[in-house]
Design a protein around this ligand. Structure first.
Ligand code: IMP
Ligand code: MG
Length: 185
C-alpha cells in the first residue's frame, strides 16, 4: 500500500505543514547509522536504550540499519509533580540489565532544552557504564542548555514545534511518517 504524504495536517486546534519528508529522514538516519557502525565496530555489544514514547519510530529505523551485535531496550521517563519547590521530577523506569561496563547509546526522538538527557545521563552514570552517547532524531541546538555532547543528531532543526515520526502534540500525530512543523497561525 502506498503511503501518501499530506502537505498539511490538523491536530486539535493546530495546523502543521510538512517539514522533512520521509526520504530526507531516511537519508539522515542512514548517515547516523553509518557513523555508529564505524565508532562501535571494535566495542563489545553496545546497548541501545530507546526512550519511550517518542523514540519508537527512530529506534526501529536506526536499528534496522545497524548490523553490529547489539542489544536494544526501552526505558521511560515518567514525570510527576513533586511536592518540593523544584516542581516536576522524573523517574527512569524499565532499565533491566546491569549496565555496568556497557557501552550505552541513548536513542531519543528530540533533544530540546536537554532536561531529559541531563536527567538520563546522571541516572545512568550511577550504574557505571563504560560509555554513554546520545543518538537523537532531532536536535534543537538553539534551545539546548546542557553541556553533554550530543554526538549523533540525525537532523539539527530550529527552535520550532515539531510533529510526527514519533513526536506528538497532546499524544496525537506520533504515527505520521513525515515530520511536520507548526504553521503560522
Ligand atoms: P527536553 O527539553 O530536551 O528535555 O525535551 C523534553 C521532551 O519534550 C522531549 O523528549 C519531547 O517529548 C518534548 N518535545 C520537545 N520539543 C518538542 C517538539 O518540537 N515537538 C514535540 N515534542 C517535543
Ligand atoms: Mg522524548
Amino acid at each position: 500500500m502506498a503511503y501518501n504524504s499530506r502537505p498539511v495536517v490538523k491536530v486539535k486546534d493546530k495546523t502543521f505543514k510538512i517539514f522533512k519528508p520521509y526520504e530526507e529522514i531516511a537519508a539522515a538516519i542512514d548517515a547516523v547509522a553509518e557513523r555508529i557502525e564505524a565508532d562501535y565496530a571494535d566495542k563489545e555489544c553496545p546497548l541501545f536504550l530507546g526512550v519511550l514514547n517518542g523514540s519508537f519510530m527512530f529506534a526501529a529505523e536506526l536499528m534496522q540499519r545497524v548490523s553490529l551485535e547489539s542489544e536494544i531496550q526501552f526505558v521511560k521517563l515518567a514525570s510527576y509533580s513533586g511536592t518540593s519547590s523544584t516542581g516536576s521530577v522524573s523517574n527512569l523506569i524499565g532499565l533491566k540489565n546491569d549496565i555496568k561496563g556497557r557501552h550505552v547509546v541513548i536513542v531519543e526522538d528530540i533533544v530540546d532544552t536537554g532536561g531529559s538527557i541531563d536527567h538520563l545521563m546522571k541516572t545512568l552514570a550511577e550504574h557505571e557504564p563504560a560509555s554513554v552517547e546520545v543518538a537523537t532524531l532531532l536536535f534543537k541546538p538553539a534551545s539546548y542548555t546542557k553541556h553533554y555532547n550530543i554526538k549523533y543528531p540525525a537532523m539539527e532543526i530550529p527552535n520550532d514545534f515539531i510533529l510526527g515520526f514519533g513526536l506528538d502534540y497532546d499524544e496525537l500525530g506520533r504515527n505520521l511518517r513525515d515530520i511536520y512543523i507548526l504553521a503560522d497561525e
